[in-house]
Write a protein that binds this ligand. Structure first.
Ligand code: GLY
Length: 572
């Protein structure tokens, strides 16, 4: 099967088991300032894994494009990529271990037709908080796996959360023990460099992890203990690239149908460099197609880094331009890539001059050069051949980002910034803003887009002209009056038609399933929404409308900031 057939087979198999196919989230999560990219299928489902009712039911499945910045240094081997498609299925408090492990096994062995004796599974060996997962081991045995095919590993390998093992999870983060399936490429000889004997989690390339069933049952608490979630959930994720490699018995994912055209071009003599170039350009094209431009902040910084890390592999960065044609990228993506490579060639030449004149080359200088010329850390390290400390460089970047009020704690490494409280306030404030605009300007006002970061909310709507100062003031006063009134924010699950008939506002009408969650704020606002929201409006504290602008004929955009973080004159 080729990769497309594999994805289709997975979705249709789980559909047969009663799962609804949900649309994948955008690569940049629209309302989540805690992380730069969607890096797993479960990301858009966090509120539902925590107990909210999902409008499409308790069994969900999708194919989610993901980007993992934290894997950037692993790229070059036979199996790591920054950008990939994750096949995912979820039980939101419905089925649990027995069904999940049996279904995945059935799909692997009957649909993908992977030979059973080339598969092994791993389960959690237990720790002080959560006991050894003998239940999963028994289920695997009942499915016909031998004891030799079932391996126990500690939390470092068999615990999953977005932040990694239990100690790394921030308070409020969810996670749990997991059970992974590995495929053995018997044609690959074990490399003793990676240890005396080979085993599923050995990094020599003989074994490949192809799927991970997470038993999402716990929420980390502020005192570092683990509280059971209201329901036991399943969160399965399997990389399409790796499943394709197993299905094609091809130990190098870069030789599967997904990459083969790219890698055939063999732009440099070095296999690992070629893999890096292929991965980074593929990821860059995906990002550009979602509207990201290369820059020095947030997603733009990661995109710039990817392009420049690929370009530095050539003697002349401009040679990367020749390689781009193998991508058949959309013209716009090719234009952005070429433009960035041109900029890079110029700044590389200047940066090299500055570096050659410098007396000492340290992380502070590297950061200065990055700020002035956009040369990423690894490019500076490659040009100077000086061993620089990446953590120190990242700390400077972090400090700088904090100063410019961006939410970046841990985000560049793929971790989560702890901003969920602020985001929640902005979510509710957005509902208040829409209701206030409709009261002040008229009921033609409807949300046409919105975006929330840790710094502000942004709201787009149709209105023929700029708001007068008096109108801006009235909207702001009305919102603050509703905040002071401390109205309850109540969530109900309703049939879509009933909710719409009762006057609830909806952003994308046609995309909503039949059962929807509706948030009502006193008698002021009623909207279809996935949340999360504050319990009552006083929690928002207060808001300031800081800016309005036109975004095309008859379309306006307003920015609002929470009073608690408002800085007069600050850029939005
Ligand atoms: N959410 C499961 C995984 O990423 O492996």
């Amino acid at each position: 099967m080729d990769s497309r057939e594999i994805a289709e087979s997975y979705l249709s198999f789980f559909k047969k088991q009663g799962h609804a196919v949900i649309p994948p989230a955008p690569l940049v999560p629209p309302d989540d300032p805690t992380t730069l990219f969607t890096s797993s299928g479960m990301q858009q489902l966090v509120p539902y894994l925590k107990g909210e009712i999902h409008p499409m039911g308790k069994r969900l499945v999708d194919a989610q494009p993901c980007f993992r910045a934290e894997d950037i240094d692993e790229v070059g081997d036979n199996r790591h990529t920054t950008f990939f498609t994750m096949l995912g299925n979820w039980s939101l408090g419905d089925y649990f271990k027995t069904e999940q492990l049996a279904w995945f096994w059935q799909w692997l062995t009957e649909e993908l037709k992977l030979p059973k004796d080339r598969l092994a599974v791993t389960v959690f060996e237990g720790n002080q908080d959560v006991k050894k997962d003998e239940t999963s081991a028994k289920i695997w045995q009942a499915l016909g796996l031998t004891k030799e095919q079932i391996w126990y590993y500690p939390a470092q390998k068999n615990w999953w959360s977005r932040s990694g093992e239990p100690e790394k999870m921030p308070a409020g983060e969810i996670g749990g023990p997991d059970s992974e399936v590995f495929f053995e490429f018997t044609q690959v000889k074990h490399d003793p460099k990676f240890g005396k004997t080979c085993h599923p989690n050995c990094d020599c390339g003989r074994w490949l992890e192809i799927g991970n069933s997470v038993f999402m049952e716990y929420e980390k608490q502020a005192d570092a203990s683990f509280k059971p979630l209201p329901k036991q959930n399943v969160d399965f994720g399997g990389g399409l690239e790796r499943l394709t490699a197993a299905s094609q018995n091809q130990p190098d994912i870069f030789q599967t149908d997904i990459f083969v055209e790219l890698i055939k071009a063999d732009p440099t003599e070095n296999l690992s460099d070629n893999r890096l170039i292929a991965d980074h350009l593929r990821a860059s094209v995906a990002m550009i197609n979602e509207g990201i431009s290369p820059g020095n902040k947030k997603q733009g910084y990661i995109l710039r880094r990817l392009i420049r890390r690929a370009a530095i592999k050539f003697n002349d960065p401009k040679n990367l331009t020749d390689f781009i044609k193998y991508f058949q990228p959309q013209t716009e993506a090719a234009a952005v890539l070429n433009d960035e490579i041109k900029k890079f060639s110029t700044s590389l030449a200047i940066g090299k001059k500055v570096l050659s004149r410098a007396k000492t080359i340290d992380e502070a200088l590297a950061f200065d050069i990055f700020q002035s010329y956009g040369l990423p850390f690894e490019v500076i390290a490659a040009v100077t051949q000086v061993k620089l400390n990446r953590a120190k460089f990242e700390a400077l970047l972090e400090q700088h980002s904090q100063k410019s009020r961006t939410a970046s704690a841990g985000m560049f490494k793929g971790g989560l910034a702890d901003q969920s409280e602020i985001t929640t306030k902005y979510h509710t404030a957005t509902h208040l803003l829409q209701a206030a605009l409709r009261q002040v300007l008229g009921i033609h006002v409807r949300q046409e887009g919105s975006n929330i970061t840790a710094d502000r909310l942004r709201f787009d709507f149709a209105h023929p002209q700029a708001l007068s100062e008096a109108e801006m003031q009235r909207v702001e006063e009305l919102m603050n009056a509703k905040i002071t009134a401390n109205l309850p924010v109540v969530k109900t699950i309703e049939a879509k038609d009933t909710a719409l008939k009762s006057g609830a506002m909806a952003f994308f009408r046609e995309n909503y399933p039949n059962k929807v969650s509706v948030y009502t704020i006193g008698d002021f606002s009623k909207e279809l929404c996935g949340g999360p929201h504050v319990g009552s409006t006083a929690a928002i504290g207060g808001v300031k409308l800081v800016k309005q602008e036109s975004i095309g004929a008859g379309k306006r955009r307003i920015y609002a900031v929470l009073k608690e973080i408002y800085q007069p004159g600050a850029e939005t």
